[in-house]
Design a binder for this molecule. Structure first.
Ligand SMILES: Nc1ncnc2c1ncn2[C@@H]1O[C@H](COP(=O)(O)OP(=O)(O)OP(=O)(O)O)[C@@H](O)[C@H]1O
Ligand SMILES: [Mg+2]
Length: 241
């Protein structure tokens, strides 16, 4: 059984079906890539899964139980964490306090000492140790993206939704982010990653799902997706990944 399942999910904004009758499955322990052109509905699908918006129709199950309609904070405490395409770090707080906020929130009943321990461990894990006491505004873009990931991880998720954490990074930073995502996955977290950086999708994901105009266009192994004529047509602009 998948850890996360969506069935016949739809979401309309005015005249536009942003997500149109989408089914998806995430297996425990896998990394699923979510790709598609701008406006394909990728972030909207994350918004549906994370409870930021409610679907017009369809169902979502986490660990076999229906979670449709739950508020974002409840879904987060159950074990579904996300990052945002535009990082939502708290600019007035230090790197440490940004992550502490998540560690204190994530698990009911976690003691203050345990939350602090989790905060330090998570900051080290994502490679931000040298910036622990620094202000968010001191971080370069790659660091801000890592902090966004750290805030999600400090809630101790089972499923992590990553929305373009590599956007704007240089090739060496992309390589570092790929390593980090693999480490997160090896620690037992199932991941769905939205990414336009095809090299990263192909290098990290076990499976890829393609959205186009809100609909699922294709799904399969990365090497099959990169050879799929319909995907090449709409997304890769006639180029091979
Ligand atoms: N809150 C909203 N209100 C109205 N329309 C929205 C809203 N959120 C998304 N949309 C529209 O839904 C469609 C899908 O948007 P979405 O942000 O999910 O795309 P995306 O695949 O994440 O694109 P990108 O790669 O550019 O981030 C777009 O046409 C967008 O303008
Ligand atoms: Mg998006």
């Amino acid at each position: 059984m998948g850890i996360l399942e969506g069935r016949a999910l739809s979401k309309r904004f005015g005249g536009r079906l942003a997500v149109d009758d989408v089914d998806f499955d995430l297996e425990d322990g896998e990394i699923l890539g979510l790709i598609g052109p701008n406006g394909a509905g990728k972030t909207t699908l994350f918004n549906l899964i994370s409870g930021a918006i409610t679907p017009d129709s369809g169902a979502i199950a986490f660990e076999g139980k229906s979670v449709g309609g739950l508020a974002p904070h409840r879904l987060c405490r159950l074990g579904i964490a996300r990052t945002f395409q535009k990082a939502k770090n708290f600019p007035g707080l230090s790197v440490y306090d940004n992550v502490l906020t998540s560690a204190q929130f994530g698990k009911k009943g976690r003691s203050d000492a345990a939350a602090r321990e989790m905060t330090e461990r998570t900051i080290e894990f994502v490679g931000l140790g040298p910036f622990l006491g620094k202000s968010v505004t001191d971080l370069p873009l790659a660091g801000q993206k890592r902090l966004e990931v750290a805030r999600a991880l400090a809630t101790a998720p089972r499923v992590l939704l990553l929305d373009e954490v590599m956007a704007g990074l240089n090739p060496s930073e992309v390589g570092g982010a790929m390593e980090l995502i693999a480490m997160i996955n090896e620690s037992g977290v199932a991941v769905i990653m939205i990414e336009h950086v095809m090299k990263a999708i192909m290098g990290v994901c076990g499976r890829v799902m393609v959205l186009h105009h809100g609909q699922k266009l294709a799904e399969g192994a990365p090497e099959d997706i990169s050879r799929n004529p319909a995907v090449i047509e709409v997304y890769l602009g006639g180029r091979r990944a």
